[in-house]
Ligand binder design. Structure first.
Ligand code: NAP
Ligand code: MG
Length: 496
C-alpha cells in the first residue's frame, strides 16, 4: 500500500470515499501467456483450416483490443469433427480399458496445473474476469474436475452397483462465456471417464482457453479424435445439436437457447443435459452473523461481475435487520475495486461484451422505471472497455422484472420479509431454480429451508462454493440433469 500518484496510469479505479491512499497496481504479466495470432479448428488431433475460410476476432473486453482471430466452423467442419469423434469412439476410445483412459484424463489435469498461470492470464484477457478469480478459482477447479473424473473411470461398477454402465458414443458439448475453461472441464472430464468422445464448442467471445486446452490435450497424447474443439457462432452450435451422429448434447447457456435445443432434439434418441439460467434467492435471517452474511452476499453477486448462472441476485432480508444490512452493503461495495482484470487487487473486472453490457444497462433502466431506488458508489470507470459498477436496487417488489428476470451482471435486488413461510414462498416464486442461500444461526431453520426451496443447490452460511464431488444443476427453467460428482456420470452412460 502506498500513497498513489500512479493511479492515472492504470486501468483500475478504486471506489472509495477516502482517496488519500490506494493499493499500488499489481498487474499480472501478460508476457507469461503465449497466444497465437490465429487459431484453426482442433479436429482429429490436428489443427485444420476452416472450410468456410472465415475467421473472427476475439477481443479483450477491458480494452476492446483484438487479441487473436479464431476459425468459424461451418457444417462441413462440424461433419469432420463429428466423424473424427465417431471414428475415435469406435476404433480406440470406446475399446480402451478404463484404467488406461484414466491415465490420459489424469495427465490432462496435471498439464492444466503446470500451465495454470498462463491459462489464468488468458482467461482474464479474453473474458474480463479478475485474475484473482481465474487464478484461484477457475483454473484450479478445472484441473480438479479432471483429477476427480480420472478417479471414476475404472470404478463405474462402484458408481452404479449391480448395474452395467456403457458409454453413449459422441457427445456434442456447447458452453457459454462466463467460465470458459471450467465449463469445458465440467463437460469433457465426465464424458471421457465414461468412454465417450467429444465435439466441444466454446462461446464466441471467449474461445481462447478452450483452444489452449486443445493444445494441452494434444500434449497429453490423447488419441486423435477423442476430443475435438471447434469454434464458431450459434450456427456452429446448432449444427452440432442437429448432427445425426451425435448421441448426447450437453449444453450450458441461456434458457432461450436451451429451449431451442430441446425442440431440435425432440423425437430423436439424443440424450441431453441443459444447464440454463438462474435468479438465486439469498436469504438473511435476523439471527445470522451479519458481517459474514454481507461478505457472502457480495461474493454471491459481484463475483465474476455477476456473470454467474447461480449468482445470488435476489436478496431477501428479514425486516428487523433490513436497514442495517443495506447500510453494510453500501459501505462494502464502496470499497470494491473495479478495473483492470489483470490487476491482482481487482474485485470486479470487465463486463464480457458490449452486448452483455447493453443488456445490463437495459435492466438498470427497467428497474428505475419500475420505481426501484438505485445505488451505485460514485466512481469513474475506464473510458475504454465494458464496465458496470456494483449496483443495488432497493424498494423493489416481488413482481418487478429486476426481481424476476436474470440480469447476469453486478446488480442486486434487495427485498424484505417477516416470516419463514413468506420468504420460502417468495424465493420459490421464480421461473428459475438453480441455487439459493440461507444465512441463519439455527441449524433447524437451515434444514427446513433447504427442504422446501426449489433449487438445485442451497448453500447455508456460505455462497458460490464448488467442488468436483458435488452435483450441480437446476429445477424448472434452470434446466435438467446434473454435472459434477457421481451424479455427473449418469448423463453419459446407459445403464443395464
Ligand atoms: P447462450 O447465448 O445461450 O450461448 C451459450 C452457447 O450456445 C454459446 O456457445 C453460443 O454460441 C451457443 N449457441 C447460441 N445459439 C445456439 C443455438 N441455436 N444452438 C446451439 N448453440 C447455440 O448463452 P450465453 O449468453 O453465452 O451465456 C449466458 C447464459 O448462460 C445465462 O443465461 C446463464 O445463466 C447461462 N449459464 C448457465 C449455467 C449453468 O450451469 N446453469 C452456467 C453458465 C451460464 P455463441 O457464443 O457463438 O453465441
Ligand atoms: Mg474475448
Amino acid at each position: 500500500m502506498a500513497k498513489s500518484t500512479a493511479r492515472k496510469k492504470t486501468n483500475t479505479v478504486r471506489l472509495k470515499f477516502d482517496t488519500s491512499w490506494s493499493y499500488d497496481p499489481a498487474p499480472e504479466s501478460r508476457s507469461a501467456a503465449s497466444i497465437s495470432k490465429q487459431y484453426d479448428l482442433f479436429i482429429n488431433g490436428e489443427w485444420k483450416k476452416p472450410s468456410s475460410k472465415k475467421y473472427f476476432y476475439t477481443i479483450n473486453p477491458a480494452t476492446e483490443e483484438k487479441i487473436s482471430e479464431v476459425a468459424e466452423a461451418n457444417q462441413a467442419d462440424v461433419n469432420l469433427a463429428v466423424g473424427a469423434a465417431r471414428q475415435a469412439y469406435e476404433k480406440t476410445w470406446g475399446k480402451m480399458p478404463a484404467k488406461e483412459r484414466a491415465k490420459y484424463i489424469f495427465r490432462i489435469a496435471r498439464i492444466i496445473q503446470e500451465k495454470a498461470r498462463e491459462l489464468a492470464i488468458i482467461e482474464s484477457l479474453d473474458g474480463g474476469k479478475p485474475i484473482r478469480e481465474s487464478r484461484d478459482f477457475d483454473v484450479p477447479t478445472a484441473a480438479n474436475h479432471f483429477f476427480y473424473y480420472a478417479g471414476w473411470a475404472d470404478k463405474l461398477e462402484y458408481a452404479f452397483p449391480n448395474r452395467k454402465a456403457s458409454s453413449l458414443g459422441v457427445a456434442g458439448q456447447i458452453i457459454p462465456w462466463n467460465f470458459p475453461l471450467l465449463m469445458a472441464a465440467w463437460k469433457i472430464a465426465p464424458a471421457l471417464a465414461t468412454g465417450n468422445t467429444v465435439v466441444l464448442k466454446p462461446a464466441e467471445t471467449t474461445p481462447l482457453t478452450a483452444l489452449k486446452l486443445a493444445e494441452i490435450i494434444q500434449e497429453s497424447g490423447l488419441p486423435p479424435g477423442v476430443v475435438n474443439i471447434i469454434t464458431g457462432a450459434g450456427q456452429t452450435g446448432s449444427s452440432i445439436v442437429n448432427h445425426p451422429e451425435v448421441d448426447k448434447i450437453a449444453f450450458t447457456g441461456s434458457t432461450e437457447v436451451g429451449k431451442i435445443i430441446q425442440r431440435a432434439i425432440a423425437g430423436t434418441n439424443k440424450k441431453a443435459t441443459l444447464e440454463l439460467g438462474g435468479k438465486a434467492a439469498n436469504i438473511i435471517f435476523e439471527d445470522a452473523p451479519l458481517d459474514q452474511a454481507v461478505e457472502g452476499v457480495i461474493n454471491g453477486i459481484f463475483f465474476n461481475q455477476g456473470h454467474v448462472c447461480c449468482a445470488g441476485s435476489r436478496l431477501y432480508v428479514q425486516e428487523s435487520v433490513m436497514k442495517q444490512v443495506v447500510r453494510k452493503l453500501k459501505d462494502r461495495i464502496a470499497s470494491l475495486i473495479v478495473g483492470d482484470p489483470l490487476d491482482k487487487n481487482t474485485d470486479i473486472g470487465a463486463i464480457n461484451s458490449k452486448q452483455q453490457l447493453q443488456n445490463i444497462q437495459k435492466y438498470l433502466e427497467i428497474g428505475k422505471k419500475e420505481g426501484a431506488e438505485i445505488y451505485q458508489p460514485s466512481c469513474s470507470l475506464p473510458r475504454k472497455g465494458f464496465w458496470c459498477p456494483p449496483t443495488l436496487f432497493t424498494n423493489v417488489a416481488q413482481s418487478n422484472r429486476v426481481t424476476q428476470e436474470e440480469i447476469f451482471g453486478p446488480v442486486l435486488a434487495i427485498l424484505s420479509f417477516r416470516t419463514d413461510d413468506e420468504v420460502i414462498e417468495k424465493a420459490n416464486n421464480s421461473p428459475y431454480g438453480l441455487s439459493a442461500g440461507v444465512w441463519t444461526d439455527k441449524g433447524s431453520r437451515i434444514f427446513n429451508m433447504t427442504r422446501r426451496m426449489r433449487a438445485g443447490v442451497v448453500w447455508a452460511n456460505t455462497f458460490n462454493k464448488f467442488d468436483p464431488a458435488s452435483p450441480f444443476g437446476g429445477y424448472k427453467e434452470s434446466g435438467f440433469g446434473r454435472e459434477g460428482g457421481l451424479h455427473g456420470l449418469l448423463p453419459y452412460v446407459n445403464l443395464k
